[in-house]
Design a protein around this ligand. Sequence first.
Ligand SMILES: NC(=O)c1ccc[n+]([C@@H]2O[C@H](COP(=O)([O-])OP(=O)(O)OC[C@H]3O[C@@H](n4cnc5c(N)ncnc54)[C@H](OP(=O)(O)O)[C@@H]3O)[C@@H](O)[C@H]2O)c1
Length: 290
Amino acid sequence: MNRRQFIQSTLAISAMFGGASFADANPKKDNKMTHILLNDGIKIPQLGYGTWNIRGKDGQAAIENALQVGFRHIDTAAYYQNEDIVGAAVQNSGIKRSDIFITTKLMWGINTDRKGTIKEFSGSLKRLRMDYVDLYLIHAPYGNIPEIWQAMIELKNKGLIRSIGVSNFGIDLVKQLCQTEIKPSLNQIELHPFHQQKQMQSELKKLGVAVESYSPFSQGSSRVLHNEVLQKIGKKYGKTAAQVILRWQIQKDIITIPKTQTKSRMIENFNIFDFALSDGDIQEIEKLSS
Ligand SMILES: NC(=O)c1ccc[n+]([C@@H]2O[C@H](COP(=O)([O-])OP(=O)(O)OC[C@H]3O[C@@H](n4cnc5c(N)ncnc54)[C@H](OP(=O)(O)O)[C@@H]3O)[C@@H](O)[C@H]2O)c1
């Protein structure tokens, strides 16, 4: 067993997270962040802050609030046109860059060869005002994937990216990239109680590629957030359906990146490390979709 295989075999770990030292939101003292150890040895906070549709001054204030609440993992993308405010919020926070995990993604549809990828990445770094990113993802499986991947490997080898992965990839394409010098560390996919992607989850697990859930609330759908099963489970623990969803993902070793621009919801979404769902609860949630 080589080093990478060894790391994959111990994919999920829990780790203490200091965080929240300047939090004014007062997350519960025992509310400890968990982490996933990716197949390249990089540790990612399991709960991150999604930033789709977060823009402008209010958007920057929202990201600063998320950092104040205790989030230390931010998900952005060139496509979201908000890398600049993510960078500004991180700078304003006064938190050490190395204490925050930043993901951004390659814009799709343009510059999708090797040179173009390097150029696009350099644009992201400039907008973020950073000299490295923690995770760089191919946002969607378009363009010359082998060349894009090769460029990402080069950028990783230069120390400009700590971990490389994909998003919205089907399993066959993930398998192809797993044959290259560096496997994708994760696949960021839509995943929520009504779209659990069980087959994809199990295939990725076999490959040692972590699962990251986007749209964990199906973009705030009331069908999900007002679901009776989730609300009933939440009641037992004094938690909301949103917290039950995030906790279920945490216990399934899934990385999750809910988005909210509302501070009270940031606090709610962050307060999920002080309770545990039972096996029975998880079975009930898993009956909600195939
Ligand atoms: N890779 C990709 O192709 C891809 C695609 C989509 C998303 N993403 C990433 O995943 C992140 C999350 O997904 P998403 O933004 O699509 O949707 P989401 O996180 O499932 O839902 C966001 C919506 O839920 C509401 N909300 C958040 N917390 C809540 C709570 N505790 N109670 C009630 N409502 C709550 C938010 O409202 P307010 O903001 O009004 O509070 C917002 O309307 C994105 O921001 C982005 O970073 C990636």
